[in-house]
Design a protein around this ligand. Structure first.
Ligand SMILES: [Zn+2]
Length: 290
């Protein structure tokens, strides 16, 4: 009789514990969902810095001194616009694809002429990817962590003077936490920064960079889109300028080669003096992360 009563008491105690655990699990699910929704639906203009980066962008200081970082992607391959880009003579950041005919040459010329150099790391962009646009050793989802580590490390070594890294294509790979983490660990080891081009709204690059402690910033505006003509690029530069005036800074990405080329460079060249006249200062990406 007594033993039966004791058993009931123990059962009741465990029932409370069980209910408490279910409640905790539910609270965790709600918290996770809230974070998930926030991460995926935040305003794309947001610029995030890593937890390690103690700098804060005081809006009043930066609105008095608005900065614009222009990144030009796809160096190393097609030559359209490369010579023109190398003669802009401002603080610009050039993203150079590794393992291509002109990778090393473009990196050395860019560095010598005073541009900031970053690695433009090719990563898988869709389920069946067109490898022609990805170069010889892209990061794909079927690679093991150790292979991703090796390719990322070799890519950085193939681009002399690299201060940072961004992704070429990569819409699918940038959503994969395992793949992005394997890349980001190398970026951390090599003491580089990471720029997320945001080719997918479900990118996990910012989250992973924060967890691993890599200086991080997001692209705000692409210079080319549905149209690649000069007037469209100028329109996009004006969007970027407005953002810089509002937030203190903006990060834009344009392209040399077939994705942008001479029209993009011409638009930048013609717009720079006008923007500078309105107080915008062109900066390297690293100058936004200081
Ligand atoms: Zn690219």
């Amino acid at each position: 009789m007594w033993s039966k009563k004791i058993l009931i008491i123990i059962y009741k105690k465990h029932l409370y514990l069980l209910l408490l655990m279910i409640l905790l699990v539910l609270v965790n699910i709600v918290l996770y969902l809230t974070q998930f929704i926030y991460r995926n639906y935040q305003v794309p203009e947001t610029v995030t810095f890593s937890a390690n980066d103690t700098s804060t962008l005081s809006s009043s200081a930066n609105v008095r001194n608005p900065k614009l970082a222009i990144i030009l992607d796809d160096f190393g391959l097609n030559r359209a616009g490369i010579e023109e880009a190398m003669s802009i003579n401002r603080h610009l950041t050039f993203a150079i694809m590794p393992f291509l005919k002109y990778s090393k040459q473009d990196a050395i010329t860019a560095h010598t002429k005073g541009y900031e150099v970053i690695v433009h790391l090719p990563m898988q962009s869709q389920k069946r990817d067109n490898s022609r646009w990805l170069g010889p050793r892209p990061i794909s989802l079927n690679l093991k962590d150790s292979d991703i580590d090796k390719i990322t490390s070799d890519s950085i070594n193939a681009v002399p003077y690299a201060a940072g890294l961004n992704i070429h294509m990569g819409a699918l790979a940038s959503e994969d936490k395992r793949v992005v983490s394997a890349v980001m660990r190398v970026v951390k080891r090599k003491k580089l920064y990471f720029v997320d081009s945001v080719t997918s709204s479900r990118t996990v690059c910012g989250l992973v960079a924060k967890n691993i402690g890599v200086p991080f910033i997001e692209r705000n505006v692409f210079l080319e889109g549905s149209s690649k003509n000069k007037s469209y690029v100028k329109q996009q530069l004006s969007v970027a300028e407005k953002l810089a005036l509002k937030n203190g800074y903006a990060v834009v990405i344009g392209h040399v080669g077939s994705a942008g080329g001479k029209a993009t460079i011409q638009a930048i060249k013609e717009t720079i003096p006008e923007m500078e006249g309105r107080g915008i200062r062109l900066v390297y990406v690293s100058e936004l992360l200081k």
